[in-house]
Every structure is written in C-alpha cells, then in structure tokens.
Design a protein around this ligand. Structure first.
Ligand SMILES: [Ca+2]
Length: 276
C-alpha cells in the first residue's frame, strides 16, 4: 500500500497529508533534546490503535523535578516549515492516555522570526482513555503568543506537544504517560477554508455526500500516472482502495471517513460521510 511507502521517509518541511505512523522503529524526529534522559520518547512496536504489530510513540514524564519531569516533547524536522503555503489547518493525532491523571494537551510553535505561540484550545484526554482521535486547529486564529502569527506559521522551526493546564510555557512538572500514533497534517478541514495554490492536487468534489453506494470524486491537479486513492476511517484504518474517479462504500459502517489521494509526492485529503 502506498501509504506505507512513505512511512519512515521524511522531508525537512511540512507537507499536507504527511503522517507519522511509527512503523519504522524510529521516533521520527520526536524528542526531548537530551539523549541521556531516561524519559526520552521511544517507539513501542505493538499496541498502537491497530493492535498487535502497530507501532506507536510512547512519551512519559516523572513529575518529580529535573530532566524528564514535564510532559513536553518536540519535533524540529518534518513538522517545521511553512504551514500557510502547505495548506495545513489541522493536525490529527491518535492519543492514548496510559496514566490515571487527565491530560490537557496543547501545541506550541516556535519560529526564529515570528516568535512562539501556543494553541488557545486544549485537547483533554481522560485517564486510561484507550486510543482516541483528536484534532488540533493550527489556523492563524488558533494561536496566542507573539509577535507575528502569520510570520511564525510561515517559518516554523519547532513544533512541541505538551501537557499544560494553563496557557503558560514551560508547563509545571507533571507525571504522565501518553501514546501517540498517526500524527497527520491535514488541510481543508470542516469549517475551515482550504488554502490551495493553483494547480495543486485537490479533491474538488465528493458526491453524493453523505454517500450510500457509489462515491464519485472530482480531483484537480493530477500530474503523474502513479495515483492512488485510499479511504480511512477515523481510527486511521485503511478500509478501501479506489481509482481516482471514486468507488463503492458498500459494506462500510455509517460514519465519517477520510479520502486520501496520493499523486507522486502530492497528497490531498478530504472528509466524507457514509449515510445510513
Ligand atoms: Ca502506528
């Protein structure tokens, strides 16, 4: 499946549709900065949202003071770059709170030229949650900080994920254990205007939507002969492969799904609904 062909390969700047799935035995650049720290993120090769054999990223903090006391980790590789031009307005993650304290998660971007910003809204993950799917808005109005959010989003040097009850960084020491999987950069989310360049790969139409039998797609910007369409459920499971013109939803449970079109190195995603 083409999706896995990209696992383990990372460009140096963000691209719409990129996904960290932790199937390559590396943390895919997620770190806390100290290789010697006992609580640096690690990859667990089984027990992700897909169950046995599905790898995920495990992060921990002690809450006792000193290195590794706070649940804060970051990436300064494939999650850097220009979020505006890449058309990214959501970051989706599969999360599993493996401890007995509620997690209040936020994102932080740091830019050498635009300053540092934290997400206004947090994602709350209940104690011992099991795997859940959450999305962070990364649109310009999702952030507070300073001085220049547009400049920061165009030149992100570091993306952090952290537990912080208050909107202050760095957060307090905290004892937590969090699993993450399928960290995905999305554009064109519900209620958000997609930012597209003319000629970019884009799913223009999904119809009918909601769909019951056959879904037809209108895709703009296909340039290569190596194009695939995959359908995923909200848990990230691959449930269908279609030609670029669309396909059948026969047998799929009613609910929300993602369509992911891959054309060479370009990726476009869009949500649709399977009706009853
Ligand atoms: Ca995985």
């Amino acid at each position: 499946m083409l999706l896995f062909a990209f696992a383990g390969y990372h460009q140096s700047a963000i691209v719409r549709g990129q996904m960290d799935s932790f199937e390559s035995d590396t943390t895919e650049g997620w770190q806390i900065g100290l290789a010697s720290d006992p609580n640096a993120p690690v990859v667990v090769d089984s027990g992700g949202i897909g169950g046995a054999g599905d790898g995920y990223l495990l992060t921990q903090s002690t809450g006792t003071g000193g290195p590794g006391s706070k649940l804060v980790f970051y990436n300064d590789a494939q999650w850097t770059g220009n979020y505006i031009d890449a058309g990214i307005n959501l970051i989706s993650m599969h999360l599993n709170n493996l401890d007995t304290t509620e997690l209040v998660l936020r994102l932080r971007i740091e830019s050498d030229s635009g300053g540092a910003f934290d997400t206004r809204d947090s994602v709350v993950v209940p104690p011992m949650s099991g795997w859940v799917v959450e999305q962070f808005s990364v649109s310009p109005n999702a952030w507070f900080g300073g001085p220049d959010v547009d400049k920061a989003l165009r030149s992100v040097n570091r993306l952090r994920v952290y537990h912080g009850v208050d909107r202050f960084f760095p957060p307090s020491a905290f004892k937590g254990t969090l699993g993450l999987d399928n960290i995905t950069a999305l554009g064109g989310g519900v209620g958000v205007t997609p930012i597209a360049q003319p000629g970019d790969l884009e799913i223009l139409e999904v119809y009918p939507n909601p769909s019951r039998e056959i879904v037809r797609l209108e895709v703009r910007g296909v340039r290569s002969s190596d194009t695939s369409v995959a359908v995923h459920d909200l848990l990230g499971r691959h449930v269908r492969s279609w030609p670029v013109t669309g396909g059948s939803v026969d047998g799929l449970a009613p609910g929300v799904y993602w369509i992911r079109v891959v054309d060479g190195t370009a990726v476009a995603t869009r949500q649709f609904v399977v009706g009853r």
